[in-house]
Ligand binder design. Structure first.
Ligand code: ATP
Ligand code: MG
Ligand code: MG
Length: 349
């Protein structure tokens, strides 16, 4: 079959590669890490830096289409892929790689993020805390994930005592929420859009811990407004593939947190819990194929991340036949590192 290229070598690429293989595609992974866990399950692996334009050009020559699983791929060198289609369009990367751009973009489409201000030094931070108030969160504009590159500011004094990192930053007001949820959609090349059920997401120490579908009624009531925004974002970007928006559910309705131009950890439950998974529909979309049904395959599901070096007894987890175990094959467990996940299907309504 044809070859799909994937930029990025982590667990999202690995699960995408499984979905692509099932559809008969060959997969070529491009990633800088020699021990890529996606490369382990692909047909071909280029281990090179994302800025290596010659390597990107050779990779592209091998692929019918290129997609990505990593949202921080540098955009400028991607011109080296030449005529090979790159989907979703890199403008989605450009928008989502910078929290300031992303919030401005979504605000222009009618979305409501927490109040925010750019911070490029101690003076800016003092001004932002005075204007927006504390508590709040200072975040790096770029490269953050799993809550890394974030500082909680509880009082203005916290801000004064902070040794600012050299990167461009953003300060945002702390949102009082009663829950978090994500909207995950797939948009096909013909513009048709399908949504999965929105999972209720619980984070621990800034890292996703569980995603549960169906979400409770209070969250479900906020999903239509959040979906309408996500669809506007997808259309504004002429997006092809799977797109995720994260929201806080608040007494005043859904507050936009951030977007990810890719498949998402809060959608892993779709592998067993939905008729078609986020990974399969992403592959279908970027290959110009029709989307599969996104509806629930079971009454409900809960995905639990396996983080760091917590000891688990796999046999004990699998002793419950409603549990599905996914291990990513990462050699070294580090605190906070995502090692795998368990999806527990709810088999009765
Ligand atoms: P991801 O791995 O989802 O990309 P990230 O590093 O980009 O994570 P965020 O989504 O910005 O981080 O924040 C992680 C979590 O921290 C959020 O899901 C939420 O629980 C909490 N959080 C972040 N920003 C705020 C805020 N302004 N108000 C309240 N809680 C917040
Ligand atoms: Mg993020
Ligand atoms: Mg997040």
């Amino acid at each position: 079959g044809e070859t799909i290229g994937i930029l990025g070598g982590g667990q999202l690429g690995r699960m995408m590669a499984f979905a692509a293989a099932r559809l008969g595609y060959r997969v070529h992974i491009f990633a800088p890490e020699a021990d890529s866990i996606a490369a382990e399950v692909c047909s071909r692996f280029t281990c090179a830096d994302y800025t290596d334009e010659a390597a990107l050009a050779r990779f592209a020559a091998d692929c019918a289409v290129i997609t990505y699983e990593f949202e921080n791929v540098p955009v400028a060198p991607l011109a080296a892929v030449g005529a090979t289609p790159l989907l979703p369009h890199p403008r989605a990367l450009e928008t989502a790689q910078d929290r300031l751009n992303e919030k401005r973009f979504v605000t222009a489409l009618g979305g409501r993020p927490a109040p925010f201000m750019a911070v490029d030094g101690a003076q800016d931070l003092a001004r932002a805390v005075a204007e927006i108030g504390a508590p709040g969160i200072l975040k790096t504009r770029r490269d953050g994930y799993d809550g890394k590159g974030q500082w909680r500011i509880m009082t203005p004094a916290d801000a004064e005592g902070l040794d600012l990192p050299p990167q461009a930053l953003i300060y945002e007001g702390f949102v009082t929420f009663f829950g978090e949820f994500s909207v995950i959609l797939a948009r096909a090349a013909d513009g048709s859009v399908q949504f999965w059920d929105s999972a209720e997401n619980v984070h621990v120490n800034g890292i996703l811990d569980t995603s549960t579908v169906p979400a409770g009624a209070a969250i479900a009531a906020q999903v239509p407004e959040a979906r309408a925004l996500a669809q506007k974002v997808a259309e504004a970007l002429d997006y092809v593939g799977v797109l995720t928006l994260e929201f806080f559910a608040t007494e005043d309705g859904p507050v936009f947190n951030e977007m990810a131009p890719r498949v998402h950890n809060s959608g892993h439950w779709t592998i067993e819990g939905a008729i078609t998974s986020q990974f399969e529909n992403h592959i279908r979309a970027v290959c110009g194929l029709p989307l599969g049904l996104t509806t629930l395959a079971v009454p409900g599901a809960r995905m639990l991340n396996l983080i760091g070096d917590d000891a688990h007894d796999w046999a004990e987890i699998l002793a419950d036949p409603a549990n599905h175990l996914h291990l990513y094959g990462k050699a070294a467990a580090r605190p906070g590192r995502k090692m795998g996940h368990v999806t527990r299907l709810k088999l009765e309504a």
